[in-house]
Design a protein around this ligand. Structure first.
Ligand SMILES: Cc1cc2nc3c(=O)[nH]c(=O)nc-3n(C[C@H](O)[C@H](O)[C@H](O)COP(=O)(O)OP(=O)(O)OC[C@H]3O[C@@H](n4cnc5c(N)ncnc54)[C@H](O)[C@@H]3O)c2cc1C
Ligand code: SF4
Length: 498
């Protein structure tokens, strides 16, 4: 086994999958390490509990850091393709104001030296959109048409979403258990698989990276490779010119902290920010009960949305229609009108009417007040702490969805508590090391040759679903690495090692 690579990428999701694929396409020698298993469309079946066990990280919670209250569930994928293999594939570009918030938060600049703006990301957004085949979903089904009157009565009409799903989508509704037709794109079937089958990319699944190795070879601390537990549990070491950590906004901070970045950086301001400014884009599903069967679980989950309130100035929440979790998710998360979990006979009654419910998904922008820390037993821990503006958005988004359902004829409205599927921002990207962990190209301010390439670099929570932005930032990072101005990738070194 050759143990020296130009680039080792940790994690194969929206960030890591794109970086590994783009660099492999450019002819770079890349090793991609993924904690979860390798699965293809042929493996996917709609078996909710099985998928939760096999393809999702065990359920994690963020604890409230302020007022006591219930913890918030955090959902993410653990398989090749990461969360993109089990997500719903809505593909939205950021609003221009999102970029302005990035600059304000962390002094992020574009290549021209001006505040980072749409022009800095647009070529990469277009490139990933094209590769993913992003298209508009106008094929609204009954469960969307049922709620159209409610949105129109509130003067906030639904519009078709854009998504990375092709015309083979049979609207089966099992996106969260993996797409069985490959109509749903992810980094596995779009960036990783072509390079893998052509022998241009080395992938090791079921391999969990324990630590980035860091040494001072005379120029200050630099990343030299990683240590990982292989599929059999044995500890392995590989060396690389560059390490890109892309474990997702929940896993990346803990990995950097356990790797000793803070110690190597002598507790610098930027290293102390690892795990700070975690954002959640908190969501909830608001379910309305209708007289007629809706079968909102047997559709492509999100064909329509309303972005009228998406930006902070307009309310700070987005609403998507129409979806329903599969039965386990549906029945374990239901709360009544008073926020109390549904239990006993009322729960049985709700589940009996499962096919009559329509769920609207609400999501709020937040102000990155969460944290990811490593506790004294070495475990990842997370907190959230809503301020008044965030609480108001949570309230307003619930109220809007409730009204939209009632005005569409719902007899009863239930909801889930807040959950997060869109974590972002725990290793902020910026030009100011006092306010960020990595620079404008994703390289650690403290440890050379160490890059972060996932949702944790997003400086402020987006007003839209984040995966397209994470992929575009990852694509930008891959091209920066391949361009080689940093002088880190030396083909001569690699050739000698082969
Ligand atoms: C149910 C659901 C629906 C969603 N729907 C949408 C949507 O419609 N549109 C949208 O834009 N976004 C959606 N998202 C969010 C989107 O998928 C994520 O924001 C995005 O995938 C995050 O990319 P990432 O690279 O940061 O992390 P991930 O995609 O989560 O990838 C991280 C990868 O790193 C691996 N990893 C972690 N630690 C290690 C380690 N130590 N060693 C090796 N590997 C490791 C993980 O197993 C994982 O595979 C959804 C998310 C969920 C949960
Ligand atoms: S709804 Fe479409 S994209 Fe989702 S799993 Fe089914 S075929 Fe795939």
């Amino acid at each position: 086994m050759n143990a020296h690579y130009e680039v080792v990428v940790v994690g194969s999701g929206a960030g890591g999958g794109v970086i590994a694929g783009e660099l492999a396409d450019a002819g770079r020698r890349v090793l991609l390490l993924e904690a979860g298993p390798y699965r293809t469309a042929a493996d996917y079946m709609r078996w909710e509990a099985h998928a939760n066990h096999d393809m999702w990280w065990p359920l994690t919670f963020a604890e409230p850091a302020g007022e006591p209250g219930p913890p918030m569930p955090l959902f993410r994928g653990r398989l090749v393709g990461g969360t993109t293999s089990i997500n719903t594939k809505v593909a939205l570009r950021p609003f221009p104001r999102d970029y302005a918030k990035w600059h304000a938060a962390a002094g992020l600049l574009g290549d021209s030296g001006e505040p980072f703006a749409e022009a800095d990301l647009l070529p990469y957004l277009k490139r990933v959109e094209e590769r993913l085949g992003v298209r508009e979903r106008t094929d609204w089904q009954k469960c969307v048409h049922t709620v159209v009157p409610g949105f129109e009565a509130l003067e906030a009409p639904l519009k078709p979403v854009r998504a990375y799903t092709d015309h083979n989508c049979m609207r089966c509704g099992s996106c969260l258990q993996g797409c069985p037709t490959n109509a749903g794109k992810n980094t596995q079937n779009t960036w990783i698989q072509p390079a893998l089958v052509e022998g241009r990319l080395e992938l090791r699944a079921n391999c969990t990276v324990r630590r980035v190795t860091i040494e001072d070879r005379g120029d200050g601390p630099e990343a030299t490779g990683v240590e990982y537990g292989d599929a059999g549990g044995a500890l392995q070491t590989v060396h690389a010119d560059v390490v890109v950590v892309a474990g997702g906004a929940l896993a990346t901070p803990g990995l950097l902290i356990r790797s000793g970045v803070r110690e190597a950086a002598r507790d610098s301001s930027s290293s102390r920010l690892i795990g700070r400014n975690l954002g959640f884009h908190a969501a909830r599903i608001v379910q309305g009960l209708f007289d007629e069967v809706q079968d909102a679980h047997m559709v492509y989950p999100i064909t329509a949305h309303c972005l009228k309130f998406a930006q902070d100035e307009d309310g700070g929440f987005a609403v998507e229609a129409s979806t329903l979790q599969d039965p386990i998710g549906f029945s374990t998360a239901l709360c009544d009108e008073n926020d109390a979990p549904l239990w006993g006979e009322p729960l049985v009654e709700a589940v009996r009417k499962y096919r009559h419910y329509i769920g609207l998904l609400t999501m709020i922008t937040d102000e990155n007040n969460g944290t990811a820390v490593v506790d004294d037993r070495g475990r990842d821990r997370f907190t959230f702490n809503w301020n008044q503006r965030e609480q108001e958005r949570l309230r307003a988004s619930l109220e809007f969805a409730r009204r939209a359902l009632e005005l569409s004829g719902a007899q009863r409205v239930l909801h889930t508590g807040p959950v997060s599927t869109h974590v972002q921002g725990s290793c902020r990207m910026g030009n100011d090391p006092e306010r960020s962990v990595v620079n404008a190209h994703g390289e650690s301010h403290d440890v050379r040759r160490l890059f972060v390439g996932d949702g944790s670099v997003v400086p402020r929570t987006l007003s839209v679903n984040p995966s397209l932005t994470i992929m575009a930032l990852a694509c930008r990072l891959a091209h920066h690495l391949d361009a080689g101005e940093h002088g880190y990738l030396s083909r001569a070194t690699v050739a000698a090692a082969v």
